[in-house]
Each structure stands twice: as structure tokens, then as C-alpha cells.
Design a protein around this ligand. Structure first.
Ligand code: G3P
Ligand code: CA
Length: 385
């Protein structure tokens, strides 16, 4: 018998299939007040989704409106903001609350005194932190490429873009959905939720408010909410109707479990019992790639694990991270040459994971992911015919 979560996943899949058969819908929903609503339809329909990881971070400084817009232009189904809080409680997109590596804050003498060392999730981190800046102050900064040694071309765009707020990203989602005549999804991640809650700056309140304000708190909204922690997803289950995704890192344990003395690790969460537990509050998992196809110590691929099969048995979607074109991030099997910044055979990696049965991919290079996905879907249809 189907469990409630499995039934929910099935209903979502059926809905998505019906949507694909329906004539193109208008992008505005007259029944819902407000000028910034889009028709709330999932873009996926029996094909893996392409999630623009931090936007199109293979081509632009990550977590900027330019990066998200390019991801959509390249064909991504979803854009992915990582969310942290400002001092005045505004949600903004940064991979970390430490912003020394992704903005020009070090070039602002007026902020030199804000450089400090903090303990984030048990680790000492030195730099500048979003929670020490008001939104107005943060807006004076400009984004910079995180990994200039690998992505030198992206440094062309250093200094051009602001740190965006969640609300600006949701507005962009509407603008781009209209521009490209398709529904763009948004896939926000709460970063360090226990830490921000301890500061009196809970991320969940702003996220819930923003989604509701845009009419996006519904089970068929083009939205997934993700977290590496467990507790805030459990709590969000009671506050949001959108699907939730439990992130699974390559090693370690969810910080909130660790802080509470709970010995469970991410590996424990991936056992059949762990996945059954996740299915009581989430709709999918977002595992590190190695959790699906591990690599040996040299970086060479090993046989796939049963994670995709076991997760699907629990009605859970599987959206692994992170797919990138550069040799540095590819398994040894797919590298080309010795330059870590050079592109390897990224198509082969996508093919491997699509064959493994994943339901979506977080990608820095949305165009590569899209071409790989469409080729795989076409080949599968050809095989089935
Ligand atoms: O959210 C999926 C993936 O983005 C998790 O890794 O560190 O890039 O946020 P991270
Ligand atoms: Ca993320």
C-alpha cells in the first residue's frame, strides 16, 4: 500500500504529466491577487530537472541576479539561492554568511573593523559576516568570483553585481518566467539554520513570509526548500506546503543533530531506515554525488550504491550535487588532460547519473546539463519505441 508521502509524490508526478499534455497556460493567475504571481506548475514531467546551482556559477560570480538570469537563459528549470540573514533580518543569497571570498568587502576600509573570527557549526571562521551588516550596508558591496584560479573568465564580472535579496530573486523568477514563457522554479536552501536561530535571526520566518507573499506556498508551486539540517525541515513541514529536500553531505552529520548529541550521521540517514524516516517529513534528498556513485582514493569511479533505488522505494526524489564541467570536479575517468580548470567529459558524468535514475541535478553549467538531459531523454524514448 502507498504511504502518504509516496502517494503525494505520485500525485505530483501525475499532475506534472497532465501539465505537459495541457495547452500552454498563461503566466499570470487571475484567481490570485497581486501582479507578481505566476501559474504554479512544476516544470518537470518525467524528466530530470536542471537546477542552476547558485545560478550559472560556471559563468558568472555565484548568487547574483546576473548568475540566476543566465542560468534561466541557458535553460535551467530551477534557480538555487543559498540563504543567510543580514543584521536587520533580511534574507540574502550567499553560499556562506562569511562574505570575504565572494564580495569586495575587504576593499571597503569603512568595514575593516568588522573582520572577526566566529564559530560557525563548530568551526572557527575568520572574515566578514552577513549578520554584522544591515541590508543597506551589504548593498554597497559587489560580488566577486569565488574560485578565480579555476574560473578566471568569471572575474571579468567582478565588481558589477550586488548581493541580491530573496525577494529580488523571487521577483526575477516572475520576470524570467514571463520573458521565456515557461515557469521557472526556485530552490532555496537555508544555510546554518541553527546558528542563525541562535542569533535571533531565524531563516525560516523570512522564507515562509516571502513564499506566502508571492503565492508560492502550495504543494504544486515550482519550489523546493532544502537544508543540510533535519530539525528545521521537520518544523517547516508544518509551516509550508512546498516539497522539502533533505541535503546529505559527503561526510559528517547534520549540525543540529550533532549539537543535540544525536549520534546519527549523514551515512545513517541514507540507510533504508534513515530514508524511511526522512520520508516522514521531506519529499526528497539532495545527496553529494559520491553518495550515488562513489570514487576510490585516486578519484576513479566505483560501482553505484543502492541509494537511488532505496530513496525511490520511500517515494523520495533524488537531486544530487554538484555537477561542474572542470576536470577538478570530475571523476578521474572523465578528465581530459592535467589542467584542473580545463573542461573534461562532463556529458559522460551526467549520462552516468541519469542512468542511475536521479530526478534532477544541481549544476554550475546549466547549458551542459540541459544538453545532456535532453539527449538522455531522447535516447530513452528511442529505446522505448
Ligand atoms: O544545495 C545543494 C548544494 O548546493 C549543496 O551544496 O554547499 O553548494 O550549497 P552547497
Ligand atoms: Ca546550495
Amino acid at each position: 500500500m502507498l504511504r502518504p508521502r509516496s502517494l503525494r509524490a505520485l500525485l505530483l508526478a501525475v499532475l506534472a504529466g497532465l501539465v505537459m499534455l495541457a495547452p500552454a497556460a498563461p503566466l499570470t493567475t487571475p484567481a490570485v491577487a497581486g501582479p507578481d504571481r505566476v501559474t504554479l506548475i512544476r516544470p518537470e514531467a518525467g524528466r530530470p530537472i536542471v537546477i542552476g546551482h547558485r545560478g550559472a556559477s560556471g559563468y558568472r560570480p555565484e548568487h547574483t541576479l546576473a548568475s540566476y538570469a543566465l542560468a534561466v537563459e541557458l535553460g535551467a528549470d530551477y534557480i538555487e539561492p543559498d540563504l543567510v540573514s543580514t543584521k536587520d533580518g533580511v534574507l540574502v543569497a550567499r553560499h556562506e554568511n562569511e562574505i570575504g571570498g565572494t564580495t569586495d568587502v575587504a576593499d571597503h576600509p569603512e568595514f575593516a573593523g568588522r573582520r572577526t573570527t566566529k564559530t560557525i557549526d563548530g568551526t572557527a571562521v575568520t572574515g566578514w559576516f552577513t549578520e554584522d551588516f544591515t541590508l543597506a550596508e551589504l548593498k554597497r558591496l559587489r560580488a566577486e568570483e569565488r574560485i578565480p584560479a579555476l574560473r578566471q573568465r568569471n572575474t571579468l564580472y567582478d565588481g558589477r553585481y550586488q548581493v541580491p535579496t530573496l525577494d529580488e530573486i523571487l521577483a526575477l523568477q516572475v520576470t524570467l518566467s514571463r520573458r521565456y514563457h515557461r515557469v521557472i522554479g526556485v530552490y532555496p536552501e537555508t544555510k546554518h539554520p541553527t546558528y542563525f536561530r541562535s542569533l535571533g535571526l531565524p531563516l525560516e520566518d523570512g522564507l515562509v513570509t516571502a513564499l506566502r507573499r508571492r503565492g508560492l506556498d502550495r504543494s504544486n508551486a515550482p519550489v523546493y526548500v532544502q537544508s543540510f539540517e533535519v530539525g528545521n525541515l521537520r518544523a517547516l513541514r508544518h509551516r509550508l506546503r512546498v516539497p522539502l529536500i533533505q541535503l546529505i553531505d559527503g561526510s559528517g552529520a547534520p549540525y543540529d543533530l550533532r549539537a543535540a548529541g544525536d549520534p546519527r550521521t549523514y551515512t545513517d540517514l541514507l540507510t533504508p531506515a534513515g530514508l524511511a524516516e526522512i520520508a516522514t517529513y521531506a519529499d526528497g534528498i539532495g545527496p553529494a554525488k559520491d553518495r550515488i556513485v562513489p570514487r576510490d582514493a585516486s578519484g576513479r569511479l566505483l560501482a553505484p550504491t543502492p541509494v537511488v533505488r532505496d530513496a525511490h522505494r520511500e517515494g523520495l526524489l533524488v537531486h544530487p550535487f554538484t555537477f561542474r564541467n572542470e576536470n577538478q570536479f570530475l571523476p578521474l575517468d572523465f578528465r581530459r588532460g592535467a589542467d584542473p580548470a580545463a573542461y573534461g567529459n562532463a556529458f559522460a558524468e551526467y549520462q552516468l547519473f541519469f542512468e542511475a535514475g536521479v530526478d534532477g541535478v544541481f549544476s554550475d553549467n546549466g547549458d551542459t546539463a540541459l544538453e545532456a538531459r535532453d539527449a538522455w531523454v531522447a535516447a530513452r524514448s528511442h529505446r522505448a519505441a
